[in-house]
Write a protein that binds this ligand. Structure first.
Ligand code: SF4
Length: 456
C-alpha cells in the first residue's frame, strides 16, 4: 500500500489539520508512516508565524527532496497560503496546497501521482466518499480515535490583526464550527474512551463571533461559554482542557462554570502575555495592559488556586528596550507563571510590524530569549515542586519501556514518569493506555521537568 508521511510544524491548530489530512489519506486507502524515506507522498504542513518558521518548512522540503527524490512533495499550511505563487516556482515542491484548499488536498495529491488509470480511479472514488463533516474551511478530525488525548478544533482564523502576526492573512477571518457538530464529535470521542478532549483553534475566544448578531466573548449564548455549557453536559467526559485563551476573554462567568466542573475541567490555562511593557503591547496592537494580565491571573487563581498558568512571550519586538524587557520579567515573576514559551521576534513580511525598523541587536535578542527560557525552567520547577509528596490522577500517553514505566500528564499539565512499584503486566498497561487515569504519588523531579511518581 502506498505510504504517506506528514510533517506538522507550528501550532496545535496546524497539528490538528495534519491529523485531519492523515485521516483523509487513510480513508482513501493510504497508510501513514513515521519514516519519510518510506513515503510515496510527503506533506509538509507549514507554519508562517515568523520568517524563521517559513525557513524551517523550506529546510524540510530540501531535506526530503534529497532523501526521497522520487516522492511527491506537497507543501501545505500557512506558508503555502501567503506565498503560494513564489512557492509554485520551486522545483523541489511538486504541489502547493494553500489553507483554502486543504480539504481537497488528498484528491489533488492523487491527481498528481503517476498511477494506472484504474488504480487512480479507485483512490479518487474512496477520497470522494470521505464523509468528513466540512463547514467552509473548518473541519473535524475523525482520525484520532486511538489516541489518549484528542484535539477538537472549534474555530479557525482570527480577526485581531496583532501587528506581528500573519495568521489573519494566512488562515483568514474567524470561522466557527456549529455547536451541535462539536458536541456530537465529543460524544463520539468519549464513546471511544478517549481520556482527554482539548478544545483548540486559533483564537477560541472568538468562537461564535461569525454566527451573526450581537457577540460578547465573555457571556453565555453562542460564544465559548455557551459552547462549554453544552460540552460539560456530555455523559462520560473524563477530562476537558482549553488551548490558549486571550485574557480579555477570561470572565468570572467562564471561571465559575469551569470551577463547578473541576472533576472534568483541567486546571491548566495558557494566557499569552507577549510583553510586560504597555508600550510594546501597544505597538503589538494587543488590546490589554500588563496590569490587566496580572489581574486576570489573580482572578483565575481565585477559582483555581493551584492552576498551572502558562504564557507566551515575544522578545526583541522592534523598539523593545532593556527597560521594556525588565518589565516583562517583572510581570512573569509577580504573576508566578508556571512556564513561558519564549519566541525571539523575527520579521514576518506582510505584517504591520515588518515595516518597523528592527533596532534590537541580534545579540540582545538572543540574550533576552535565553534569560527568559532560563526563568521559565526555574518557574516550572518551582511550580512542580509544590506538588511533590501528593497523589494525583495521571493520564498515560506513552510507554517508556517494557517494565511498565510510562509517561503521562496530570490535570494541571505536569509530566509524570510512572514507576510500577509492583509488576504491572502488559495487559494492564494496555488497559491504562486506552485513556484511563491512575492515582500516582509524585516523588521527585527528574531531568527535563519530568516528575517521577509511583502507583499509589
Ligand atoms: S490574536 Fe493576535 S497573535 Fe493570536 S492569532 Fe490573532 S492576530 Fe495572531
Amino acid at each position: 500500500m502506498m505510504k504517506v508521511h506528514i510533517k506538522n510544524l507550528g501550532c496545535k491548530a496546524n497539528t490538528f489539520d495534519g491529523h485531519a489530512i492523515a485521516g483523509r489519506f487513510v480513508r482513501a486507502g493510504f497508510v501513514m508512516t513515521e519514516d519519510p524515506a518510506l513515503a510515496k507522498i510527503i506533506v509538509i504542513n507549514s507554519c508562517a508565524v515568523t520568517q524563521n518558521a517559513g525557513k524551517e518548512a523550506l529546510y524540510f522540503v530540501r531535506r526530503y527532496r534529497r532523501n526521497a527524490p522520487d516522492s511527491l512533495i506537497i507543501l501545505a499550511g500557512c506558508l503555502s497560503q501567503i506565498e503560494e505563487t513564489s512557492l509554485k516556482e520551486k522545483n523541489e515542491i511538486d504541489l502547493v496546497v494553500p489553507n483554502t484548499q486543504k480539504s481537497d488536498l488528498v484528491r489533488l495529491a492523487i491527481e498528481k501521482l503517476e498511477l494506472g488509470t484504474q488504480q487512480k480511479q479507485e483512490y479518487l472514488a474512496r477520497a470522494s466518499r470521505d464523509n468528513l463533516s466540512t463547514d467552509g474551511d473548518v473541519f473535524f478530525d475523525q482520525s484520532l480515535s486511538l489516541r489518549t488525548r484528542a484535539f477538537v478544533k472549534v474555530q479557525d482564523g482570527c480577526d485581531s490583526f496583532c501587528s506581528y502576526c500573519i495568521v489573519p492573512y494566512s488562515r483568514g477571518r474567524s470561522l466557527s464550527v456549529p455547536r451541535g457538530l462539536i458536541v456530537d464529535e465529543i460524544k463520539r470521542l468519549v464513546g471511544q474512551n478517549i481520556g482527554e478532549i482539548v478544545l483548540t483553534g486559533i483564537h477560541i475566544g472568538n468562537y461564535g463571533k461569525d454566527f451573526g448578531g450581537d457577540f460578547n466573548p465573555t457571556s453565555a449564548g453562542k460564544g465559548l461559554l455557551g459552547l462549554l455549557e453544552e460540552i460539560l453536559k456530555v455523559d462520560g467526559l473524563k477530562r476537558l482542557r482549553l488551548s490558549s485563551l486571550e485574557i480579555n476573554e477570561v470572565s468570572r462567568d467562564l471561571l465559575e462554570l469551569l470551577s463547578k466542573n473541576k472533576e472534568v475541567f483541567c486546571d491548566h490555562f495558557h494566557l499569552p502575555l507577549q510583553s510586560g511593557s504597555d508600550r510594546v503591547l501597544k505597538m503589538m496592537k494587543r488590546i490589554y495592559s500588563a496590569g490587566t494580565f496580572q489581574e486576570c491571573v489573580a482572578l483565575v487563581r481565585t477559582f483555581f488556586s493551584e492552576a498551572n498558568i502558562g504564557t507566551d512571550v515575544i522578545v526583541g519586538f522592534p523598539g523593545e528596550t532593556e527597560k521594556d524587557f525588565n518589565e516583562t520579567m517583572a510581570v512573569l515573576e509577580s504573576a508566578e507563571i508556571g512556564y513561558a514559551h519564549v519566541f525571539p521576534y523575527s520579521k514576518r513580511p506582510g505584517t504591520e510590524a515588518s515595516k518597523l525598523p528592527q533596532d534590537v541587536k541580534q545579540a540582545d535578542l538572543k540574550g533576552r530569549a535565553e534569560i527568559l527560557r532560563h526563568m521559565s525552567r526555574e518557574m516550572h520547577q518551582k511550580y512542580a515542586r509544590c506538588f511533590l509528596g501528593r497523589s494525583f490522577p495521571v493520564l498515560w500517553e506513552q510507554d517508556v519501556d517494557d517494565e511498565g514505566r510510562r509517561l503521562g500528564k496530570t490535570r494541571n499539565y505536569l509530566t509524570v514518569a510512572g514507576e510500577a512499584s509492583v509488576h504491572v503486566p502488559r495487559r494492564t498497561t494496555s488497559r491504562l493506555m486506552a485513556g484511563s487515569e491512575t492515582q500516582i504519588k509524585l516523588e521527585k523531579m527528574l531531568q527535563h521537568d519530568v516528575i517521577l511518581g509511583y502507583f499509589d
